[in-house]
Design a protein around this ligand. Structure first.
Ligand code: GCB
Length: 884
């Protein structure tokens, strides 16, 4: 029997025979009680359970309020749990490990402080053996998510408080791997030399002897191939005095002809590291890690290389929350998200803006997704020494905890660090902040190199170039990430290409990743004439369809991670979906938006055919002439096949060539359900997609409408708006023409030049976007309807004072404000509202609706007249329903 094989069998049998002595890992998630707020004496035994709520980890106290208000609870929360121990652990050591508690935590056992942790996104563990006694013990954890000198100081994401990841109880023998190294496993695997011929594995770590006697131990490291064969074994024997720790470094014999790891072939070796009693052979501790043999580099001119070949990083960024859960996601929820990334065909994930669950990294290893992971130093730094300290700790913890994941290629340590600095710091203090920021960047960069010399460093910077370049920040990291939003927060999307080409020309040696780009997309909003910042699905699609080819075709761009995979919680945002950033290509419930399939078709070789109508499967359209039996609207199919044929209600609309992974038809929709089918072929095999669109007709000519007439208009907007609850669609606004309907006079209102509407949360409605757009200064709104009785609904919102500062809104203008409006309204000459003062009666940003019954006689139609008293007249919504 070969020594390697013998060793493996030994490991297996050892595991069975001496299982008692080995480490036991057990979840510590159940039976907790939670109290929101601070409480004197909370770590002790108060018998006050009635005030506590039973919870199960992962848990966040902001899973609801942070999706409803920007003033979500940021403060202290206590967790308590009783544990019963039949007898004090005999020679064993007991540890508690918390995978994540945001933002800081303090652990107590039986009323005594055990450990503190600062940083909401890295794990921590502590030994509790000395605090335990036989019988009942009480574990208490104080968690605090109020602002502290801990990154992030701010950011476009919610700081959901709580013990929001798993907790574990780990029991070890007296001799064990180091349990006191920044929440890591205490064993670190390096593969410093990898080629197609050979791969070198070095395992370093430390062994602690907590026993009362000196111990001679054998530390062994076995590398096991993906098919289960032991391919390399190496051991060393060391003596460890009682209560001492000894470091080790084992260099295994190289693995020859290694099976390489890559996104296409994510082949994982297993690395089993053990400690055995050198005299009796008793197995004392064992750890298993995964190895992926791969090598890679970045090149300023040629982009990224994996295993010696040019390789484009096709990627997404991901935040870790889900509406309804906050950040308290189960392992299964995290796995589902990584699978989604794989399904997309991506090979790269920017784990933004903070370290995420180890499960995410495990899945990246397993599925083959290269990762950039970063610490949450976002928007700006603080000059306080505690901030520097907690930041460095977060960085070291992230690296040590996720060191053994082959998926990781880049460690990041700053995101848009000039954005907050320039916006929040008074100019006279700029210099101090600039200097401190550069100093911190250099230091953090050096910390990464010290911790992990084999990986690359990165920062992500926003478009404001001079800020980063002039202070010397841009050259610090190995890889420069760019968060670029031309075509969203302002400017034309095409400006992206020229911007990057300039950068490349100026700094030909720099490696670039497009670490963010994206556009908001709200399923309820659609447009046939999409515009920047209208939040329509169609604008976001056109933006991505323009961006991706520009990235793809620039060889010097190593890759990209679009912003964002999933709509995520950002309590401070007040766009069409307040408290959510809706730039996801997937909805919060993880159902894909249609544009997911644009990327799926672009990233994949396997055939994709997707009718891009799922986001708009309940449409309405304007019937131009009363006799028209169809209404024409565009219908797009995303595909990576050469040609697609589209069928509507069984009739072919012809074959179209696919360009940039899409083909578009002018589709004559009929009233009611339209059955659609798209077909393409590859190598003689037919690939199909089917979907349905329900279509409602709305008349342009209204002089003969019957009782079914019910027409709503999204006044002041180019967009259709479909109410989720009822499926009713409001049409885009239009100018009045005789025989038809529309506004007379005025203009679309915005309080920010270049924007559409207002970005302020509107109170009192589920249909916020309807009220965020409006027409100001209009004279009248007119419907040329026939005589009869009608219900006329008018909807308003007063934009009022300037909106609150949102740091990530690059287009934010601190001066935007509006005088409040006072106006009169009459319908067909009858006064309905006199000195209507929205601000005074309802307050700003509040949806106000009025319904009126109107008898139309003598072919007068309906005219709603607006007469200003002060400021401009306003209208957000109008709806006319024929009653009889
Ligand atoms: C950025 C930030 C990110 C924001 C994003 C946005 O550049 O890095 O945290 O969420 O922009 O959507 O504005």
């Amino acid at each position: 029997m070969s020594p390697a094989k013998f060793f493996f069998l030994f490991l297996l049998s050892g595991a069975v025979l001496v299982a008692r002595a080995q480490r036991a890992v057990e979840s510590f998630n159940d039976g907790w009680y939670f109290y929101r707020g601070d409480m004197a004496g909370a770590p002790g035994k108060n018998g006050d359970e009635a005030q506590w709520k039973p919870v199960h980890l992962p848990h966040s106290w902001n899973s609801e309020d942070a999706y409803q208000t920007k003033n979500y609870y940021r403060g202290v929360g206590w967790y308590r749990k009783r544990i019963f121990i039949p007898e004090t652990p005999d020679g064993k050591r007991v540890y508690l490990k918390f995978d994540g508690a945001l933002l800081s935590a303090a652990v107590y056992v039986n009323g005594k402080p055990v450990t503190k942790h600062e940083g909401g996104y890295t794990a921590f563990q502590a030994e509790i053996t000395p605090y335990l006694h036989a019988g009942e013990n009480l574990v208490a954890v104080k968690v605090d998510n109020s602002p502290q000198q801990i990154a992030p100081l701010s950011g476009d994401f919610t700081l959901f408080g709580g013990i929001y990841r798993d907790a574990w109880k780990i029991t070890t023998a007296a001799v064990h791997f180091d349990m006191n190294n920044s929440g890591s496993k205490g064993v670190f695997i390096q593969t410093p030399v990898v080629s197609e011929k050979r791969a070198v594995t070095i395992v370093t770590g430390a062994v602690q002897n907590d026993g009362t006697k000196n111990k001679k131990v054998k530390i062994s490291n076995a590398v096991i191939s993906p098919s289960g064969t032991v391919v390399s074994v190496k051991s060393e024997t060391v003596s460890i005095p009682s209560k001492q720790m000894v470091r080790f470094s084992i260099k295994n014999p190289p693995v020859t002809d290694p099976l390489l790891w890559s996104p296409e072939t994510p082949r994982l070796y297993t690395c089993k590291t053990t400690i055995a009693d050198a005299v009796t052979g008793e197995l004392l501790d064992a750890l298993t890690n995964r190895i992926g043999y791969r090598w890679y580099r970045f090149d300023g001119g040629e982009g990224f290389f994996l295993n010696g070949r040019p390789y484009k990083l096709l990627g997404v960024s991901r935040h870790q929350d889900q509406a309804g859960f906050g950040n308290a996601l189960s392992a299964e929820q995290h796995r589902r998200d990584v699978q989604l990334i794989k399904d997309l065909g991506a090979n790269f994930l920017r784990i933004s803006h903070y370290p995420q669950s180890d499960v995410v990294l495990e899945e990246c290893d397993r599925l083959g997704i290269l990762a950039w992971e970063e610490i949450p130093v976002v928007d700006m730094i603080s000059l306080a020494p505690e901030f520097a300290k907690t930041t460095e700790t977060q960085l070291r913890e992230m690296i040590r905890q996720h060191y053994n994941h082959p998926a990781v290629i880049v460690w990041g340590y700053m995101n848009e660090i000039m954005l907050g600095t320039l916006r929040k710091i008074p100019p006279e203090q700029y210099r101090r902040y600039f200097d401190a920021t550069v100093k911190m960047a250099r230091h953090l960069n050096a910390v990464v190199k010290e911790e992990d010399p084999h990986r690359f460093t990165a920062t992500a910077q926003h478009e404001n170039l001079p800020a980063y370049d002039s202070i010397g920040l841009s050259p610090v990291p190995d890889v420069l990430g760019w968060n670029l939003y031309q075509g969203w927060y302002g400017g034309d999307v095409k400006a992206f290409g020229t911007f990057m080409d300039d950068q490349h020309r100026l700094h030909p040696g720099r490696a670039h990743i497009i670490s963010e780009y994206g556009a908001g997309a709200d399923r309820r909003i659609h447009s046939l004439r999409p515009q920047c910042f209208d939040f329509s699905i169609e604008y976001a699609e056109s933006y991505h369809e323009a961006m991706w080819p520009m990235i793809r075709d620039r060889k010097y761009i190593a890759g990209s991670s679009l912003w964002n995979l999933i709509d995520f919680g950002s309590a401070n945002r007040e766009e069409t979906m307040p408290h959510v950033n809706n730039k996801g290509i997937v909805y919060a419930d993880r159902s894909p938006k249609d544009m997911f399939y644009y990327y799926k078709a672009s990233f994949n070789k396997e055939p994709v055919v997707h009718i891009a109508s799922r986001d708009w499967d309940n449409r309405a359209g304007l019937q131009l002439k009363p006799e028209d039996s169809t209404v024409i609207q565009p219908l797009k199919v995303y595909s990576n096949l050469d040609r697609i044929e589209l069928f509507a209600n069984g009739r072919s609309l012809g074959v179209k060539e696919v360009h940039n992974c899409m083909a578009i038809w002018d589709l004559p929709f009929t009233r009611g359900v339209n059955e659609l089918e798209a077909r393409g072929q590859k190598n003689g095999i037919v690939f199909k997609d089917r979907s349905q669109v329900r279509f409602a007709f709305q008349p342009n000519h209204v002089s003969h409408v019957d009782n079914a007439f019910d027409l709503g208009v999204n006044v002041g907007s180019n967009c259709f708006f479909t109410e989720q609850a009822s499926g009713f669609t409001w049409l885009p606004d239009q100018e009045y023409r005789p025989g038809s309907w529309g506004y007379i006079g005025g203009q679309e209102f915005t309080n920010t030049p270049g924007r559409i509407g207002i970005q302020t949360e509107i109170k009192g409605t589920h249909n916020i976007p309807l009220y965020q757009t409006m027409r100001a200064g209009l004279k009248a709104y007119r419907f040329d309807v026939p005589d009869g009785q009608y219900e006329v609904t008018l909807g308003f919102a007063e934009p009022g004072a300037k909106p609150e500062f949102i740091i990530n809104d690059i287009g934010y203008d601190p001066n935007r404000t509006k005088d409040n409006s006072v106006f009169n309204i009459s319908i067909n000459g009858v006064e309905k509202l006199n000195h209507f003062n929205l601000l005074e009666s309802y307050g700003a940003a509040t949806a106000v609706d009025r319904k009126y019954m109107v008898d139309v006689k003598n072919n007068e139609g309906i005219t709603v007249d607006f007469q200003p008293v002060k400021g401009a007249t306003l209208l957000s919504v109008i709806k006319v329903k024929r009653k009889s």
